[in-house]
Design a binder for this molecule. Structure first.
Ligand code: CDP
Length: 229
């Protein structure tokens, strides 16, 4: 079957990664969580006290960063490796979430991320989720999905996920973080979060995981049938 590039973009915590993972699994495609890459860079900057507002410092620091994904047979998905260290759990920490959007707004960080992401898509057969995948990384992707969900539902979903790991977290903290990241991501100068003109909107506020997966896979089928005609 013809392999394509599928992009999923949208606001924080709208379920993009869950859907992207399940689509990749069903299609036997590679799933890439581009947000994990920006989170890993942020973790490196925090650990090494890199000032992400200083472009010269950022450029030097990026030379020391090697990002990779490692397939985890237990979870059935890929873990983020930062200079060969598995940081999959650490990058989901609130401290990283608090700074990742500022780091991801830096133009050198963006070039670094986008160049690597474009390489990963050379062989097609890829589902990548993020903020600028359908607009900047793969503007010619065959299928672009823009995922949305009601803000209150997004907060509730992310709160549940984080609370399971850290009972000290508050709903207010999660809400503030999502609002702040959405604001920075949408208003930054380089590669802001936008719906690509040719993206299809998937509002999953009232959809179950199975329903959203079924809808998205139907779109993939339609697209592939259209391309092989
Ligand atoms: O999973 P969640 O929605 O919380 O976010 P994520 O996908 O892990 O992305 C974390 C952050 O990385 C976002 O808030 C953006 O600031 C940044 N990001 C980006 O700038 N470009 C991307 N393609 C993906 C993520």
């Amino acid at each position: 079957m013809k392999k394509i590039i599928i992009t999923l973009d949208g606001y924080s915590s709208c379920g993009k990664s869950t859907l992207a993972k399940e689509m990749a699994h069903a299609l036997n495609y590679v799933f890439i969580d581009s947000g994990a890459m920006y989170r890993a860079i942020t973790l490196y900057f925090l650990r090494n006290h890199i000032n992400w507002n200083d472009d010269a410092e950022v450029q030097e620091a990026l030379k020391e960063i090697n990002l990779d994904f490692d397939y985890n047979t237990t979870t059935g998905t890929s873990d983020m490796l930062l200079n060969d260290e598995n940081v999959e759990v650490l990058i989901r920490d609130m401290l990283v979430s608090e700074h990742v959007s500022e780091v991801a707004a830096n133009q050198y960080v963006r070039n670094f991320g986008v160049t690597q992401q474009q390489k990963m898509g050379e062989k097609k057969g890829i589902v990548m989720d993020g903020r600028d995948i359908g607009t900047t990384v793969f503007p010619n992707a065959e299928l672009k999905i823009f995922v949305t969900a009601d803000p209150a539902i997004r907060v509730e979903r992310r709160f549940k996920e984080l609370f399971a790991k850290n009972p000290n977290i508050s709903v207010e903290e999660v809400k503030t973080n999502l609002e702040m990241r959405d604001y920075i991501d949408s208003n930054r100068e380089f590669s802001p979060l936008r719906k690509a003109e040719d993206a299809i909107v998937l509002d999953n506020s009232n959809l179950t995981r199975e329903e959203q997966l079924r809808t998205a896979l139907q779109w993939v089928n339609n697209k592939i049938n259209e391309l092989v005609k």
